[in-house]
Structure formats: structure tokens, C-alpha cells
Design a protein around this ligand. Structure first.
Ligand SMILES: NC(=O)c1ccc[n+]([C@@H]2O[C@H](COP(=O)([O-])OP(=O)(O)OC[C@H]3O[C@@H](n4cnc5c(N)ncnc54)[C@H](OP(=O)(O)O)[C@@H]3O)[C@@H](O)[C@H]2O)c1
Length: 208
């Protein structure tokens, strides 16, 4: 599959590397060309760098991995996303806080869908730290990746990707359920930072 990245920092760059290692073709981008080039180099032979527009045009899946405050500017530069899967991994936080910037009556994913209405927006990986994406091995089994979208085909493709890089994907329902997943992302950060558990943690579901 061809996967474009808008944002290739801690999270975007780590996902890009794992997807490239899994055999997908990735094209990464950032505002600074040299950031994208350095990231592509780290991702290996299946990766290249380009502008935001080039990465978006390249991907059947376009991963949006920028700070929430940058989504409008990033999407404005992305060009036509019609029919593309737009994988939103963002957590919408107020500056220097662990408070949700969008509150609980909408979600970053739904706001992104309003900005890019022709894209098939999928929310996933926001509850997953980059450290665990880089190395998803846990003594207790696989970490969970919750996937929400209004587009069944797009959701299935993202669930397959999560599975390929070592996570247990769960269908978390419609995109509106990003209102549940984003506070869960904040909980992960509360546990990881003020809670002192660090970023080598992930959620896991257990069944009877
Ligand atoms: N880090 C994690 O463990 C983690 C886990 C789950 C979710 N997330 C979410 O993932 C998103 C990215 O987090 P991060 O930790 O990867 O941040 P980061 O390390 O600061 O990376 C942000 C990336 O976005 C690029 N960028 C910023 N503004 C841009 C714009 N307008 N257009 C294009 N590219 C832009 C930056 O490069 P330039 O400065 O060169 O543009 C950089 O490559 C956030 O929403 C965060 O909440 C992070």
C-alpha cells in the first residue's frame, strides 16, 4: 500500500518506519524539507521524502501526524484528498496542558473531517505512544489500537496496518467515537507523565 505522511516527527516518523519495514511504500513530509529527508533516510529503502502536497497525493492512506494546532494549515497544503483515507493520530491538547482543546462534544477527528469532508477519516493510534509503536513487545501480549471511522473499508485497512505492526486492532465504531478515544489518549498521557509510568505502556482489552 502507498502511505503518505503529513508530519514525520516522533509519532509520524515512527509509524512511517514501521509501515515501511512492513513492506509498504511511504512518502513523508513536514514543513522543513530537511526534516522529511532525514526521516525518510531513517525509514529505509521503502521510504522517500516530499512536500506535504506530494506526500498527500502519493498516499492511498494519508497519515495526519502534526500537532492539533497545525491541522488547518497542514490540510490546506495537502491539496485534494477526495476518496483518500485520512488517518488521524492526533491528540487535541491545549498548549502545555493535558486538557482537551476541543472538549467532549466534538473531537479532533470530527473537526478534521469538517476541514477535509471528501476524505475518509479514520481515528487510530492516538492512544498509542510512539515508543510502543517502535517496539510493540509487551510481556502481557499485544497492545490495543482502537479504530473509529464511518467508512468500513477504510477502517478495515487501518486495522490491518495496526495488526501488521504488532498491535491488536479493535473496531471502535463510528468516527463520533473519537470523542471516547481522545480522552483515552489523554488518560495514557496522564498515566505516562504525571503518573510516572513512562511511555512504554499501552492499553489492552481482556475478554472472559
Ligand atoms: N509522540 C507520541 O507518542 C504520540 C502518540 C500518539 C499521538 N500523537 C499525536 O501525534 C501528533 C504528532 O505528535 P509528535 O509527537 O509526532 O510531534 P512532533 O514530534 O513535534 O512532530 C510533529 C511533526 O509535524 C510536522 N509539522 C508541524 N506542523 C506542520 C504543518 N503545518 N505542516 C506539515 N507538517 C507539520 C513537524 O515538522 P516541521 O516542524 O518540520 O514542520 C513534525 O514532523 C500530535 O497530534 C500528537 O498528539 C503523538
Amino acid at each position: 500500500m502507498k502511505i503518505g505522511f503529513i508530519g514525520c516527527g516522533t509519532m509520524g516518523g515512527t509509524l512511517a518506519k514501521r509501515f515501511a519495514e512492513a513492506g509498504h511504500s511511504v512518502k513523508v513530509s513536514a514543513r522543513k524539507k530537511e526534516d522529511a529527508e532525514a526521516c525518510a533516510k531513517q525509514c529505509g529503502k521503502n521510504a522517500s521524502a516530499g512536500s506535504v502536497k506530494e506526500a498527500a497525493a502519493f498516499g492511498d492512506i494519508v497519515v495526519l501526524a502534526v500537532p492539533y494546532s497545525e491541522i488547518s494549515s497542514a490540510l490546506m497544503n495537502a491539496g485534494d484528498l477526495k476518496g483518500k483515507i485520512l488517518l488521524d493520530v492526533t491528540n487535541a491538547l491545549k498548549p502545555n496542558s493535558l486538557e482537551l482543546a476541543v472538549g467532549y462534544s466534538t473531537s479532533a477527528a470530527e473537526e478534521i473531517s469538517k476541514i477535509a469532508p471528501e476524505a475518509k477519516v479514520v481515528k487510530a493510534f492516538n492512544t498509542t505512544f510512539a515508543k510502543t509503536v517502535a517496539n510493540p513487545k509487551f510481556a502481557e501480549g499485544k497492545g490495543a489500537v482502537f479504530v473509529a471511522s464511518d467508512h468500513a473499508d477504510a477502517k478495515k485497512k487501518v486495522m490491518d496496518l495496526a495488526n501488521q505492526i504488532g498491535f491488536e486492532p479493535y473496531d471502535a465504531g463510528p468516527l463520533k467515537n473519537a470523542r471516547l478515544l481522545e480522552p483515552l489518549g489523554v488518560l495514557a498521557m496522564e498515566l505516562g507523565f504525571p503518573g510516572g509510568m513512562g511511555t512504554g505502556i499501552a492499553f489492552k482489552l481482556i475478554k472472559q
